[in-house]
Design a protein around this ligand. Sequence first.
Ligand code: 7TS
Length: 417
Amino acid sequence: MSAVGNVASSARFAGIAARRADFPALHQEVHGKPLAYLDSAASAQRPQAVIDAMVAHERRNHANVHRGVHQLSQRATDAYEGARERVSRYINASGSDEIIFTRGTTESINLVAASFGKMRLEPGDEVLVTWMEHHSNIVPWQMICEQTGARLVAVPITHTGELDLEAFHRLLTDRTRIVAVVHVSNALGTINPVQDIIEAAHKVGAVVLLDGAQATPHMRIDVQALDCDFYALSGHKTFGPTGIGVLYGKRALLDAMPPYQGGGEMIRTVTFEKTTWNALPCKFEAGTQNITGAVGLGAAIDYLSGIDFAEVARHEADLLEYATERLSELPGIRLIGTAAAKASVLSFTLGDIHAHDLGTVVDMEGVAIRTGHHCAMPVMEHFGVPATARASFALYNDRGDVDQLVTGLNRAAELFL
Ligand code: 7TS
């Protein structure tokens, strides 16, 4: 890239770079070097506004929700239900009763597999997933297929880490009941053509669950425009806290589904002879929920609502391009996942250096990356590697973080190659 190009792009992204100031964890040293946090795909950092909202709730408003007539319980209920409203508006659900709070994407998918899967699947039916799924979107389906006699079918991926669409259309048949697909791959960064997938699946009468864990930090989601049947997301990848996530489901489907867990709040009446279920969304929220987590997620949604995602997309595309260019200069580099439509995730191997060694050496340079199979073992199998190193960029990263990564990788090459 030319010097002029560099100047122009840094000026264009100055607004986003200023966002770094909102994230206190980014402003520290690790091993005597400024922290370059490139592991947001595992868990994103939280803006001060999220931390403040959670602390304020804990200090003054904590009580159980939906139960008490007292002031604190009412405040807690308002905060919890307010967070649900925010999520609902943010992803454009048709109402907040379509928003179920869960522990995260994993629990959201388990809920759909255990409840909808159990209700819908019979021997001979098929559940279609892909080779680029996180284990969280494979194992729950495998478990329910074993229980119901249905079959799990996986759509292959190409050498660039894109979905083999021709194979998808071939494997999608009138036996397919559920299509469960990752919106953005955590191991490859691939952004899947989910709109086309949903349209095709609906034509054969299948429902579609999108695993949105890696999509929500990078793009604004509109579940009605997508027309997906279920959408799963995690608070902690979306600049909110851990232990809270969301399952969006179309009301008609959620209404028809049996409860996932039994216990408090999910019932209307209980006798030893028969229990009746509460209305949505409570039917799926047994037991005391992660109230402070929901408050934090609500604050994260407020934070994201003030962000121009078109600007974020430009910024992250620039970072990805810059990082791809800089890493490609390193002898022995192999980029894993080179899809045309890609989020800012860069998986790679360097010579025969073990990914964990790479991670350890760059950590000494203050750089946080993820190493391993990224809970996507089929992806590793497809590319014939046991593990990769992965740098993932969020709206608060800049080119300096990439430069620091390259310094760390050069150091690893000196030591190991
Ligand atoms: N689906 C995808 C696509 C993911 O990336 C992850 C987590 C999950 C599901 C599970 O989310 P959870 O919040 O329920 O744990 N991915 C990663 C990762 O890439 N590195 O650490 C966790």
